[in-house]
Design a protein around this ligand. Structure first.
Ligand SMILES: Nc1ncnc2c1ncn2[C@@H]1O[C@H](COP(=O)(O)OP(=O)(O)OP(=O)(O)O)[C@@H](O)[C@H]1O
Ligand SMILES: [Mg+2]
Length: 228
């Protein structure tokens, strides 16, 4: 099985903070969905930052071990280039452009795709998230759930091999949740590696790995022991 992202004895603490996690050994494989749960403040989002290179490249602190993304240490990746191999959906939608369509075009533009390829990617992402009617709208004027779908659409535009999703279901209505479930499962079936943070059972059929982070330790879990 192909490992797309792997951590070795990964540990991190913010300046003057406690160790949020230590000794984390996690592998994200092609075609697999990994779900992380754990109490608020346990460090799940910080662990995601340490998977996608923001820790230690952007957030300072004490960092031990390493994350290897597609055979290259995360510290050696230029962050803008990482967009070609992984996409992050942040816990709070990060949307900056005056028009949704421009928001979606941002990553393909950065990756210097041809106009034709970029247009196709944006159209496909808008369709996948059922956001075509809102293409000209300012993302900040969208509802919370629509913004979350817009974040999902931005992740889809570059169609990388790795998706890191931080509570992407939290503001979605039942139809949005089903859309996202179907989309995640289709991506996994197509060989993408998915890492998902959630507080409750997202209802995915094919969860391959389930783990929880609590008091600095990442533990493998069994589905029925967490959610019954
Ligand atoms: N930039 C930062 N600098 C210092 N401390 C931080 C920073 N970001 C988060 N923390 C602290 O690190 C701890 C873990 O935060 P984190 O956001 O990773 O938790 P979480 O498990 O994702 O929580 P939630 O379930 O509420 O999203 C918290 O105590 C938080 O206050
Ligand atoms: Mg969080």
């Amino acid at each position: 099985m192909t490992i797309l992202l792997e951590t070795s004895d990964l540990g991190f603490r913010y300046p003057n903070g406690p160790w949020l996690f230590r000794g984390v050994n996690l592998s994200l494989m092609a075609g697999q969905i990994t779900l992380l749960t754990g109490p608020s403040g346990s460090g799940k989002t910080s662990l995601l930052y340490a998977l996608c290179g923001l820790i230690p490249q952007v957030f300072a602190g004490e960092y031990i071990g390493k994350t290897v993304i597609k055979n290259l240490d995360s510290r050696q990746w230029a962050l803008p280039r990482l967009a070609s191999v992984l996409a992050v959906v942040f816990q709070t939608p990060q949307l900056f452009f005056p028009r949704l369509e421009d928001e979606l075009a941002f990553t393909p533009e950065n990756l210097q795709w041809s106009r034709q390829r970029m247009t196709r990617a944006v159209e496909e992402a808008l369709a996948a998230a059922k956001l075509e009617p809102f293409r000209d709208k300012a993302p900040e004027r969208l509802s919370g759930g629509q913004q979350q779908l817009a974040s999902w659409a931005t992740a889809l535009t570059a169609m990388p091999d790795i998706f890191l999703l931080d509570e992407p279901f939290s503001q979605l209505d039942p139809a949005g949740k089903q859309l996202l479930r179907d989309s995640i499962q289709a991506l996994a079936a197509a060989g993408k590696a998915i890492f998902l943070i959630e507080h409750s059972d997202p209802g995915l059929d094919n969860l391959n790995n389930l783990c929880s982070l609590d008091k600095g330790v990442l533990t493998r879990r069994v589905h029925h022991k967490i959610w019954g």
